[in-house]
Design a protein around this ligand. Structure first.
Ligand code: TXA
Ligand code: MG
Length: 317
């Protein structure tokens, strides 16, 4: 059931139920961070492997020290610049934070979402929310309430309506190791924007076996249609003549291409717009019964790096 009743959402969460909830990045599958029962429901409903830890969502920075300890000056700088917003910080956890949230790690992921409905919901609760993206493990993240409804149907009692997600890609994940600042996941805030605040960061996001941030699991965000990422769309088209093909392009159409569908993510070349439309477009293309989706690689700067990261994982096989 999709509903905009925030009170109902709050009361379900207080009863240890899990619900779909909106954020500015993607919809989350949310539960009480202090309820082991809710946490287990999240893992089982999502079919998420237990080694993949969850993000804790808080309503304000005043709650941060209830979740994490030893918070460095750089962490506070990033938090004050980007919260509420699509930045997740990896910090040393408070001892009471459940091992099932952190997958046994000594660190915990935290963020404040920048979404009116999410913040109103959090303000009605006396606990934070753990929420992974509300998609079955490995599939495309949801950016509309009905994506969540279609994925989970009666397995969850409610999806809280919050409109289309503005950023449309997940939060950027940043952690700290000794003096180093590490980018664990490209996301809605670009690496360049993070570096403007704290200086150079290291990127560490491709370890598949013992994922430090398994958003880095190599095959992820994948449509069920076969998916190819390329620098040269025309060359790829020649290899697949006669197939039912959809093209996913940045800003320019390919004139005369013999394909079933061409989708331009931003005709005026805005990477923000392209990122915000990416997942919804993948959801739509997946319903077109194509044999193949060919996606064009984006310029590898700003949110182009985030988009390429998702396209690479979608095309991994
Ligand atoms: O934008 C978002 O972050 C969305 C919305 C709902 O907030 N949530 C989201 O959650 O993308 P999920 O579970 O799909 O991705 C969480 C990522 C995973 O890659 C996980 O490995 C990483 O956060 N993570 C969580 N705790 C961590 C930790 N202690 N150390 C490193 N990575 C961690
Ligand atoms: Mg996810």
């Amino acid at each position: 059931m999709i509903s905009n009743n925030i009170k109902l959402a709050a009361s379900l969460l207080a009863q240890e139920e899990i619900i779909g909830f909106p954020t500015e990045t993607v919809y989350g599958l949310a539960g009480n961070a202090f309820s082991e029962k809710a946490i287990q429901k999240i893992y089982s409903t999502k079919k998420r492997p237990s080694f993949n830890p969850l993000i804790v969502h808080i309503k304000g920075i005043e709650d941060l020290e209830k979740i994490a300890v030893e918070i460095s000056a750089k962490a506070y700088e990033l938090a004050s610049r980007f919260w509420p917003g699509p930045l997740t910080l990896i910090l040393k956890k408070q001892p009471h934070i459940s091992d099932s949230i952190t997958a046994g790690k000594e660190t915990v992921a935290v963020r404040i979402p920048r979404h009116e409905v999410a913040l109103e919901l959090l303000s009605q609760l006396n606990f934070p929310l753990v929420a992974p993206s509300a998609n079955p493990f490995g599939s495309i993240s949801p950016t509309k309430a009905n994506h969540v409804e279609e994925y989970f149907k009666e397995q969850i009692p409610m999806v809280l309506e919050g409109g289309d997600c503005k950023s449309g890609v997940e939060s950027t994940i940043v952690g700290f190791e000794e003096e180093k600042i590490i980018l664990y996941r490209y996301g809605a805030i670009s690496k360049e924007e993070i570096e403007d605040v704290v200086g150079p960061v290291m990127v560490f996001n491709k370890d598949n076996k013992s994922p430090k941030a398994p958003g880095m699991v190599l095959k992820h965000y994948a449509p069920s249609t076969k998916f190819i990422l390329t620098n040269n769309v025309k060359e790829e088209l020649l290899k697949h003549k006669g197939k039912r093909i959809g093209l996913l392009l940045f800003k320019d159409e390919i004139y005369g291409a013999e394909v079933d569908k061409q989708i331009i993510l931003s005709s005026n070349g805005s990477l923000e717009e392209a990122a915000s439309r990416l997942y919804n477009t993948l959801h739509e293309m997946d319903r077109l019964h194509l044999e193949l989706i060919i996606a064009e690689r984006f310029p590898d700067v700003d949110l182009g790096a985030t988009i390429n990261d998702r396209l690479e994982r979608a095309s991994y096989n």
